[in-house]
Write a protein that binds this ligand. Structure first.
Ligand code: SDX
Length: 430
């Protein structure tokens, strides 16, 4: 193993250098404070590896994304969401029996018990759907206490069932939130339907009607969920690992991850992109004026769906979704003016030094909202779709933490910059 030398004042320290299977190198600072008395400072952890993981590899410089070694382009072309979920969680593509058993476990655990349905009634109908999703997913720990013991050994023994319940019920809860907020009766899952068909059935069927899912709609949703299935140590998945590191159960940890995902800089960006495109359209702008404003650098004027904490090149998912956009809208016979504006923005930004100098390229959220709108998903449900897709990655990362015999609770340090020691002053003297 190679090493790094650190010189502090007049002393030199040698730190081991770790190397990953893709050649990534990290200075192992686990003993830094004990050996040197200092800590490393990395606001936002942008240069810090919090863990060793075997699930997803991405190279932000060249735009590579692989799940358990399989390129996202191949999974998008040949796999489907449930199969990719199995790969991400269990580490290998399933054989026919494993795929059948995994799919069946998901199908038989799709329902939400009557007692659990009562939770929805406690929420205002106009509440943000992600606030309902994180709360109701967290309640799975209450409804399945035998799967949520906060005891790694027991929780891991029940892992397969808990994982199937999480994937299946996060999807069902998402559909029920949609129905509840529109005052529509719940539509229960049908065990014979595939994952996406069942979701669309629970979202859009009317009791007594013979709603049939259009294959191109189900295919588009399948692709979107697959492309969102995992993405290394992003803000929300790292949150799942952080919470799981305290031996909190999977459902509770995923609920925290869903909360982190709701932010507009993260999973909420798909909604923010559509709001941005709609505002540009309503102002009669083709995107030219907006691009100029987006270069102001203020967080409130950003070109949403552009830029990424890791990708300094095209997000490979954006390329796949951008291509699928044209295909899906053509098949559905939809001419969405927002797509033309999005393309104008992309072409303008990719020629503009402001964006090029900062390596700002389209990310997964730039085009995903256009497809979701085309298949009938309302804008306030876009991030819920993201959360449904991200469940396998969060489950797999929780399991890596829970199953790590040498794992430690996540407890970062800080650099204190507050007031130094001072004595209490009675209120009469203040
Ligand atoms: C996701 O991490 C993941 O993997 C996340 C994700 C996943 O699958 O889990 O990929 C999903 O969250 C995708 C990102 C979705 N968010 C957005 O599209 C929101 C818009 N993008 C930005 O807010 C921003 O690019 C971030 C939050 C994504 C990344 O922020 P960074 O890496 O902290 O970048 P930064 O804020 O330090 O910006 C660097 C520079 C700044 O300019 P200067 O101060 O150097 O002059 O780039 C500018 C920023 O002002 N900048 C933008 C911009 N993004 C960054 N300027 C205009 N428009 C933008 N979108």
């Amino acid at each position: 193993m190679s090493s790094a030398t650190l010189k502090i004042d007049d002393k030199e320290f040698t730190l081991p250098v770790m190397v990953g299977t893709e050649g990534e190198r990290a200075i192992d600072t686990r003993k830094l404070r004990a050996d040197t008395g200092v800590v490393a400072y990395d606001q936002g952890y942008g240069n810090t590896a919090s863990c060793e993981s075997s699930i997803t590899y991405l190279d932000g410089e060249v735009g590579v994304l692989r799940h358990r070694g399989y390129p996202i382009e191949q999974l998008a072309a040949y796999s489907d969401f449930v199969e990719t979920a199995y790969l991400i969680i269990y580490g290998e593509l399933p054989n026919a029996t494993q795929r059948k058993d995994f799919g069946l476990l998901i199908r038989i655990n799709a329902g939400i018990e009557t007692q659990m349905q009562k939770i929805f009634e406690g929420f205002p109908k106009d509440a943000p759907p992600m606030a309902l999703l994180s709360s109701i997913v967290g309640s799975l720990a209450a409804h399945y206490p035998q799967l949520a013991t906060n005891n790694f050994e027991t929780d891991l023994k029940n892992f397969d069932l808990a994982a199937a319940i999480a994937i299946s019920k996060i999807r069902t809860i998402g559909a029920m939130i949609y129905r509840y907020q529109r005052g529509l009766p719940y539509v229960g899952p049908r065990q014979e339907l595939s994952f996406c068909d069942n979701f669309l059935h629970m979202m859009f069927s009317e009791p007594g009607s013979d709603y049939t899912v259009a294959p191109e709609v189900a295919k588009a949703l399948n692709l979107l969920l697959l492309l969102h299935a995992d993405h290394e140590q992003n803000c929300s998945t790292s949150t799942v690992r952080m919470v799981g590191s305290s031996a909190a159960n999977m459902f509770t940890s995923i609920s925290a991850g869903i909360s982190a995902l709701s932010g507009p800089l993260h999973g909420g960006a798909n909604t923010a992109v559509m709001g941005m495109l709609q505002a540009i359209h309503d102002e009669g702008d083709d995107g030219t004026r907006f691009i100029a404003a987006a270069k102001s650098g203020s967080k409130s004027n950003r070109l949403m769906g552009f830029g990424h904490a890791v990708y300094k090149n095209f997000d490979p998912r954006a390329k796949i979704i951008g291509k699928a956009c044209d295909e899906v809208l053509k098949k559905l016979g939809i001419d969405d003016p927002l797509l033309a504006i999005a393309k104008n923005l992309e072409q303008a930004a990719l020629k503009d030094d402001y964006f090029l100098a900062r390596k700002l390229y389209p990310n997964v959220d730039f085009y995903s909202g256009i497809i979701m709108r085309a298949i009938g998903i309302p804008m306030n449900m876009f991030t819920v779709i993201f959360a449904i897709g991200r469940a396998p990655g969060q489950i797999a990362n929780w399991r890596e933490v829970a199953a790590n015999p040498k794992g430690r609770i996540y407890r970062p340090r800080q650099i204190y910059v507050g007031p130094t020691k001072r004595d209490y002053v009675p209120i009469k003297d203040r």
